[in-house]
Design a binder for this molecule. Structure first.
Ligand SMILES: [Zn+2]
Length: 112
């Protein structure tokens, strides 16, 4: 669907120019033109295994809090599964939602 880069309005495929401002329409708005500020992720918790991380992720998702799960040493995931138990997993959440995420983490994990 073509968009007007000025009005950010979506038009039907056969429309080539914006009826409002006369600007040539583009196939899609590039990320440069999007005004949304990038999400700043902060570290929420370190948990002893991916299982805890996934539990927490599930709970956060229910509260519509996005989160990232990062294995402390991703290299360990390749091949040597026997050492995976010592893997530490870090959970990242958007800074703005950290306080809420912290509450949820406490409910789910307690003082792990
Ligand atoms: Zn326009």
């Amino acid at each position: 669907m073509p968009f007007c880069p000025n009005c950010k309005f979506e038009y039907k495929p056969e429309v080539k120019f914006c009826p409002d401002c006369g600007e040539a329409l583009v196939a899609e708005l590039t990320s440069q033109e999007e005004t949304e500020e990038p999400i700043n992720y902060v570290q929420l918790r370190r948990v002893p295994s991916r299982l805890y991380a996934e539990m927490l992720q599930e709970a956060l998702k229910k509260q519509s809090i996005p989160c990232l799960i990062q294995a402390e040493d991703a290299g360990l995931m390749l091949g040597t599964l026997g050492t995976a138990t010592t893997l530490k997993v870090v959970i990242w959440v958007p800074q703005k939602l950290r306080a809420k995420a912290e509450e949820i983490a406490f409910q789910i994990l307690g003082e792990i």
